[in-house]
Ligand binder design. Structure first.
Ligand code: SF4
Length: 354
């Protein structure tokens, strides 16, 4: 099917098996502009996802306009969420994208409720809000406007350079509500980035986005994570990354080692066996069985390596696990602040909120 000539309200009989579990499926769409990708457009019934009170997530509310992500990071924590739709956590996660086409309208209605307390809302907890599809669907402007008009603080975490499109809008929003922006940049070696995060913009392009957001007046956080054992954890790699982050004008850095969650580990190890077979046994040693995080000694070793480099480059920063569940970030200090940290852990829980 092509984009042109599509009418909302017609279901596509060619929709994938399993998508009958998606309430509100309107149509499934392919286009030459996105070769190999199918967008499944749905009419969402709700937009705001509440995070359970006991959750480790550092915020109470999320909005996720997309499920699946064409950025296709091999290590993506959210892969397992596609299995809830009877889609697989590998190629389907990268290529079968669920689009909540009415998310901004539904959100605006929810924000008008008298009970809405204007708690901060996080965008980008589960899949990337500025993935390539956003260039076509343009859902974020409506979401940002709805949040700002309702007096709701917001925080964005992305690998997408498309964020630059919305900087004027975000700057306007920041005049009325706290707005926090974070870019995720984990791999600064272009050859490695092209195979481990094949759908993402280059590190240089993302650093340009950090620069543009900084020039627009934001204090931008860079998530230097996940740091990949034996691939991106050398002193020279970390030094290069932090020097470039600093040069781009970022205000602070959050770093952390790779997490490998159930649903992700098999796909990541498959990739590793193909690209770096010499590292497979080492990774199996670091992430044995069902273990999700690298062992404490590795994380301590990594922190001892990164912290002095942060100081050398004059960067504020901390390890993902160092932040309290709720602490202030610039621009959100006056409210219950969104802490832009622990994305992997947070996202795992957010996945259950769809
Ligand atoms: S950008 Fe984020 S959500 Fe998208 S594939 Fe990569 S890690 Fe997953």
């Amino acid at each position: 099917m092509r984009w042109q000539g599509q009418q909302l309200g017609t279901a596509d009989a060619a929709a994938l098996p399993g998508l009958e579990r998606l309430d509100g499926l309107v149509r499934s769409v392919t286009t030459p502009e996105f070769a190999g990708i199918t967008f499944h457009e749905v009419m969402a019934k709700s937009a705001l996802n509440r995070v359970p009170g006991a959750s480790a997530m550092p915020f109470d509310w999320t909005v996720n306009p997309y499920r699946g992500c064409t950025h296709a990071c091999t290590y993506c924590f959210a892969r397992g969420t596609h299995e809830y739709l009877d889609l697989d956590a590998g190629r389907d996660f990268d290529s079968q994208i669920i689009v909540k086409v009415n998310v901004a309208d539904v959100l605006a209605k929810e924000l008008r409720r008298g009970t809405w307390a204007r708690d901060p809302v996080m965008l980008g907890t589960n899949t990337d809000p500025y993935q390539r599809a956003e260039g076509r669907y343009r859902l974020l402007p409506g979401i940002v406007s709805a949040l700002a008009e309702s007096g709701t603080p917001l925080s964005i975490l992305t690998k997408g350079t498309l964020l630059r499109r919305d900087l004027p809008l975000l700057r306007d929003a920041a005049a009325s509500v706290p707005v926090s922006i974070a870019l995720s940049i984990a791999v600064f070696d272009d050859a490695l980035q092209a195979v481990v995060e094949p759908g993402t913009p280059t590190a240089a392009a993302r650093l340009d986005t950090v620069r543009a957001a900084t020039e627009a007046g934001f204090r931008v956080t860079v998530f230097l994570m996940p740091i990949l054992p034996h691939l991106t954890d050398s002193i020279s790699a970390l030094d290069d990354a932090l020097a470039r982050i600093r040069a781009a004008g970022a205000a602070r850095v959050v770093f952390g080692a790779l997490h490998l969650r159930p649903g992700v580990k098999p796909w990541f190890l498959q990739w590793l066996g193909r690209e770096h077979p010499e590292l497979v046994s080492s990774y199996l040693g670091l992430y044995p069985g069902a273990s999700v995080t690298a062992p404490k000694p590795y994380r301590s070793w990594l922190a001892k390596r990164v912290r002095p480099l942060l100081r050398v480059h004059g960067l504020d920063g901390h390890e993902e696990d160092d932040a309290p569940r709720r602490s202030a970030v610039p621009g959100l200090a006056a409210r219950r602040a969104v802490v832009t940290t622990s994305r992997g852990r947070a996202a795992e829980e957010a996945a259950r909120l769809f």
